[in-house]
Structures are given as C-alpha cells and as structure tokens.
Design a protein around this ligand. Structure first.
Ligand code: GH3
Ligand code: MG
Ligand code: MG
Length: 497
C-alpha cells in the first residue's frame, strides 16, 4: 500500500510517535508542522511546499486545531486527502467535554509539548514577567497540565511556568488513549476509502469490459452480412475503431494461410500485431496501437483476441463464398467466364456505359467447321482446341470492363466496354488472326489448313430503344453473315442489312 502521511503539530510529536510505535501501521508516515499557539495561523500553501512536496505519498491526513489557514478539502495529486479540523488541539488528547469543563472554571490548559517551549511563547507574545503575571492573574485561575505521560520533564516545566506567571498548577493524566483512538480512526477511515476506491475501480473496469463485450457482439453481427473479403476487412477495421479508438490501425490479409502466432510487439511498445486466425491457421494480421486509454491496453488486447477469432471465421466464410462465386461464374472446360457471368457483366456494363453515354462493343465468335474437327481429331482434341481459343480471347481482354466468356459449345463472346464499331472491329481482327496463328491443324477444313473462327461485331451507345439483348442479336446476325460469306472472317453488324 502506498504511503499515508499524517500531519500533526510538533507540540504532539512525542505523543504521536509513541502511539505509532506501539501500532503496526506500516504505511503511516508522520509529518510535523511547527506549533504556533497564540500566533497567526500557518498558511497551508507554505506548509505544503515545505513539508509535503518532497514526500512520496498518495494519501494525506491533516489533524489540527485552528492553527492552519487556507486548506482546501481537495488536494490535486493525492488519491486521498482528509482534514480533521478540531476546535482546539487539546481535543487530540482529551475528551472535548472535559476540556470545556476546565476552561469554564478558568484553567489555562497546557500540554507537555507546549510546556517545553513556554518561555519562548511568553517572549514571543511580548510579555515580561510582570505583564505575564498580570495577564494570567486576570484571565486564569491556574495552569492545568493535560499530562500524556510521554515527557518526564513535563511536571518540572509546569512548575517553572507556573512560578513564572505566579499561578497555581494542576495535573490531569490523560494518557495516550484518546490520541490512540483518534489515530486508529483516521487510519481505518483512509484504508476504507482506499478499498472503496479500489473496488469502485474494479467494478468500473468490469462494467466497461461487459459493455465492450456487448458492443463487440453487436458489431460482430454486422460481419455476418458481409460477403466479400474486402467488405469483411472494412468492417473489421470499423469494429476496432469503434471499440478502441486506436491511433494505429491496419489490417493485412494473407492469401496463403500461415502458421499460428502469438500477439507481438512491433518495435513500438504501444503498437501490436495480432493474428487473425482460424483453427490455428493465420489468415491475416491486424496492427493496432496507441490506444486512446493506454491504461486499458491489456484488457483491449484480450478483447481484441476474442473478436479476432470471430473475424477469422468471417474471413474464411468470405473466401468460401468467393470460391463458390468463382466456380459458378467460370466455365469448367476453358476456365474463362461462363454464360451466366457474361449475362451479368453485359447488363452492368450496359448500364454503366449508358450513364456515361459511351458505346459497348461485343464480338461473337464461332469456331469454323468444328463438328468436322471433332469428327476428325476426336472430342479430346476438340476440347484442347476450345481451351486454346479461350486463351486467345482471355489474352486480348486486358482492359477493365472487358470480358471474354464461353457462350456455349464452340461459341464465345467478348464484351468490350467503351469500344465503338471501329475499335471492336480492330480487336475482332486481332482475334481472328490470333486464332488462325495458333496453327492448330484442321485437315478437314475447306477454309484453311488450320482451325479458324468467324466473328460478328456490334457496338452501340446504350439507349432505352436498344437493349443489351439487341446488341447480342446484332452481333449474332453479323456472325451468321460471316459464316455465310465464307467463314474465317469478321463482319460488322453495321454492314449487315
Ligand atoms: P460452323 O462452321 O457452321 O460453325 O460449323 P460447326 O461444325 O462448327 O457447327 P456445328 O454447330 O454444326 O457444330 C458444332 C460442334 O461443336 C458440334 C459439337 O460436337 C461441338 N462441340 C460443342 N461443344 C463442344 C465441347 O465442349 N467439346 C468438344 N470437343 N466439342 C464441342
Ligand atoms: Mg456453332
Ligand atoms: Mg462452328
């Protein structure tokens, strides 16, 4: 437990030390301020600066009569600050009623600590012996020692003082019992306050933790609505931002799952790298740090680890979803987009280009005399041939918005977003050349020694009167025309009547 300073007037130093030495108050540290009886009170600010500022402690108790001025009930820098302001300092060692009784009958009360310095005070108050005698004769019936029993010189000092002021003297033995009770009370009160504060803090921590868990559960629910991995990562970032308000936050996914690792520091003691893992496999890493409330770092890391295990699940789900989506959008034989993907892509590009008032180009491609090819070389070779043609198309579709798809059988389609008739014709010409240049022998073809293809091309700026379907029909018509006019060629829809 941190140090507890108890401040008393130095007139009670012996009494306080005697009580403390008989007790096992390990953390209590007494500090004494100078007694100023009958003089202006001490300024608290000066006292604090001269006595307390050098002492390391978290709790301060000041026990005093009206001899300190300017004390504030709260003192910054201490967890606990308490003032026991007594009407008179005699109340430290004896019952206030008893003190009252003595004073009512005109007793001038003194303690052993004061008596040690009686001549100093007489001088300081400006008395010589005669004026002192006059004063005491007028205002007192006698000098009365409250004897605490700590000073063997007390009686002798009492006698000397009484003789000086020419007053009778009396002694009441008060002992240390009263002071003992007072100190005990002060120490216990402070211990209780510290315990309460500690419990309050624990309770507060628990409440914060519970509300964070509740909040994280709510936030984690949003993860279940995210399908794409990028969306999941974005939501993870949002969750961590909401919960911890960190200064540093980034999330990096790892494509190939790695080995499980523990949270690590990244050189900076306020920066942590946490694994996003599932069943012992690392799927990614979250870098987090410089929390707004660094005192809760350990709790934050615990909560973060729990949340990240759910995040791992969400990432894995997103990856499964992506794989399934890819499978359902890919043609099994050629591994390029399938008809379903083409339909979706064309619709979305048609809308997008419609807004931008730009054309969409489309190329329909049909392998020439492919039935004969199959018949001549076998179905297996036919499959290989289709794969090679698909690869040519894929290679040519490198621009964003472009898509090559297998339309069905030996027919393919290419979407060229933003391409007008000329652009689409140019690309179709390249495709035709590239297919023939594959130099796949086709011995049974009338058209060439090699496998060739016919292509129909159409391009239009989307309008409400001309649909994406109309564009496909136009390209198909042009393809038919290419077949009719001898195959291994490109025909533009604009040239078809
Ligand atoms: P045209 O020049 O007029 O297009 O003649 P074609 O023989 O290519 O046209 P047709 O429609 O008569 O024949 C298409 C052939 O494509 C028939 C079919 O066996 C073949 N085919 C369709 N899908 C596949 C496939 O997945 N693998 C293989 N090996 N052949 C396929
Ligand atoms: Mg065909
Ligand atoms: Mg064909």
């Amino acid at each position: 437990m941190a140090r507890h300073v108890v401040m008393f007037c130095n007139h009670y130093q012996k009494e306080v030390l005697a009580v403390l030495s008989a007790k096992a108050y390990a953390d209590v540290h007494p500090v004494f301020f100078p007694g100023v009886c009958g003089q202006p009170p001490l300024a608290w600010k000066t006292l604090h600066e001269s006595l307390l500022e050098k002492i390391e402690c978290d709790s301060v108790d000041v026990i005093c009569g009206p001899c300190i001025s300017g004390m504030d009930a709260s003192l910054p820098g201490y967890h606990y600050f308490n003032i026991t302001g007594l009407k008179q300092c005699f109340h430290m060692v004896a019952n206030p009623d008893l003190i009252d009784q003595y004073q009512k009958i005109g007793c001038y009360l003194v303690t052993p600590g004061w008596l040690k310095r009686w001549d100093y005070f007489i001088r300081h108050w400006g008395f010589d012996q005669q004026t002192a005698r006059d004063f005491f004769a007028e205002s007192t019936t006698g000098i009365h020692l409250l004897d605490t029993g700590v000073d063997t010189d007390a009686i002798r000092n009492l006698q000397a003082f009484s003789a000086f002021v020419n007053r009778p003297w009396h002694v009441t033995t008060v002992g240390l019992g009263f002071l003992d009770l007072l100190l005990n009370n002060i120490v216990l009160k402070r211990q209780l306050a510290v315990q309460r504060r500690e419990q309050g803090r624990l309770l507060e921590d628990k409440q914060r933790e519970t509300s964070q868990y509740a909040m994280s559960l709510d936030l984690l629910k949003t993860l279940t609505t995210a399908r794409e991995e990028g969306e999941v990562v974005q939501k993870i970032i949002e969750i961590f931002e909401m919960l911890f308000a960190p200064g540093i936050l980034s999330c990096r996914m790892i494509e190939e799952p790695g080995l499980e690792s523990k949270p690590t520091l990244s050189g900076n003691p306020n920066r942590f790298i946490l694994p996003i893992s599932l069943s012992g496999r690392i799927l990614g890493q979250l870098e987090i740090g410089e929390f707004q409330f660094p005192e809760y770092t350990t709790q934050y890391l615990n909560l973060a680890s729990n949340i990240l295990s759910v995040c791992g699940l969400a990432i894995e789900n997103a990856r499964h979803y992506q794989t399934m989506k890819n499978l359902s959008n890919t043609d099994g034989l050629t591994q390029i987009a399938n008809r379903r993907r083409f339909d979706e892509h064309l619709i979305s590009e048609w809308r997008r280009m419609g807004r931008e008032e730009k054309p969409v180009g489309i190329i329909m491609l049909d392998v020439d005399l492919f039935k004969r090819y199959n018949d001549y070389y076998g179905h297996q070779a036919g499959d290989d041939c289709l794969r090679s043609v698909a690869a040519v198309l894929q290679k040519i579709c490198r621009r964003p918005g472009d898509l090559a798809a297998r339309y069905g059988g030996e027919e393919f389609v290419v979407v060229l977003s933003g391409a007008d008739d000329d652009g689409a014709m140019h690309r179709a010409g390249m495709i035709r050349d590239a297919v023939e240049n594959l130099h796949i022998p086709h011995a049974d073809s009338d058209v060439s020694r090699y496998v060739t293809a016919s292509l129909g091309v159409a391009a239009r700026i989307p309008t409400s009167r001309f649909s994406a379907n109309d564009l496909v029909l136009a390209a198909d018509k042009a393809l038919y025309q290419a077949k009719m006019s001898g195959r291994n060629r490109v025909v533009a829809a604009r040239d078809v009547s």
